[in-house]
Design a protein around this ligand. Structure first.
Ligand code: OAD
Length: 248
């Protein structure tokens, strides 16, 4: 554990939790930039950009169909359930908690989190590039799939935010960061913006900032405190600590 003596408060009123692929790693969803990560096996430009989709929609559908299928086999781990518990404890203590996830899986909601924002979209949703409608989708998607609303063929795409697109909920996230007194970043490499910049915003609001990760991330030095190890372990332990402070 590393604590830079940033002045840890006794209790907190406005908590923001940011999660990345590391929180779902032990559920088998895979991370992106680790050794054998998803971006070592697939080209990000081909499967996670609007240009890649325009070039080869079938390749993009194959990639997300495989991820959607692996999500069906996945279950929340102890880190997801600890964060759902933290939301309930915060509610009982009269504190506000917002969980912002970069993950497109649904393991936080399966664990019971409700105050949740998917800033990079959701694997089990699609949107129509032609009419803009969005809806739930838990099956494979094909280039010949017809939009249920406007009837366009081949215009349905996963409702995930690709590189070059604007993440969801940014106004709300900035608002909440400006009032935040505790910011915790879990299982994210700190390499993808805007999420990687949230810690700086939280610091400017005077928040205590903490990173929970397998190992120090790219922007670890910006955090006031760091705890390192598998999420299932460090997140559960940290939630116990913070729960005591919320009850105090
Ligand atoms: P990354 O793959 O970049 O980083 C995962 C982080 O999780 C690393 O810092 C690992 O050390 C850590 N990690 C791995 N296993 C862990 C474990 N068991 N417990 C705790 N930490 C662990 O994933 P993200 O930071 O989430 O965006 O990536 C951010 C965005 O880049 C993703 O949302 C995705 C990707 O490209 C899009 O596709 C738009």
């Amino acid at each position: 554990m590393r604590d830079r003596g940033q002045g840890v408060r006794k209790s907190f009123r406005n908590i923001i939790v940011l999660t990345g692929a590391g929180v779902s790693a032990e559920s088998g969803m895979g991370t992106f930039r680790d050794k054998d990560g998803i971006w070592t096996q697939h080209s990000l430009e081909d499967v996670a950009t609007p240009e890649g989709f325009a070039r080869n929609p079938r390749l993009v559908h194959d990639f997300y169909n495989a991820r959607r299928r692996s999500l069906r086999e996945a279950a929340p781990n102890a880190a997801h359930t600890a964060l759902a518990r933290l939301e309930r404890m915060a509610g009982q203590a009269g504190a506000a908690l917002l969980l912002v996830t970069q993950n497109v899986d649904n393991l936080h909601e399966k664990a019971g989190s409700r105050s949740l924002l998917h800033m990079h979209g959701e694997l089990e949703k699609v949107m129509c590039a032609s009419c803009g409608i969005k809806g739930p989708w838990d099956e494979d998607l094909f280039t010949g799939t017809e939009c249920w609303s406007c009837g366009a063929v081949g215009s349905l795409r996963p409702d995930v935010v690709w590189f070059g697109e604007m993440p969801y909920g940014m106004d709300m996230i900035h608002d909440r960061l400006s009032a935040c007194d505790l910011f915790v970043s879990i299982g994210t490499s700190g390499e993808v913006y805007p999420a990687a910049g949230f810690v700086e915003e939280a610091r400017m609001s005077g928040a205590h900032t903490i990173e929970l990760n397998l190992e120090p991330s790219a922007n670890a030095r910006v955090f006031g405190e760091g705890r390192y190890g598998p999420a299932s372990q460090v997140v559960s332990e940290w939630v116990e600590d913070i729960g005591q402070r919320l009850r105090a």
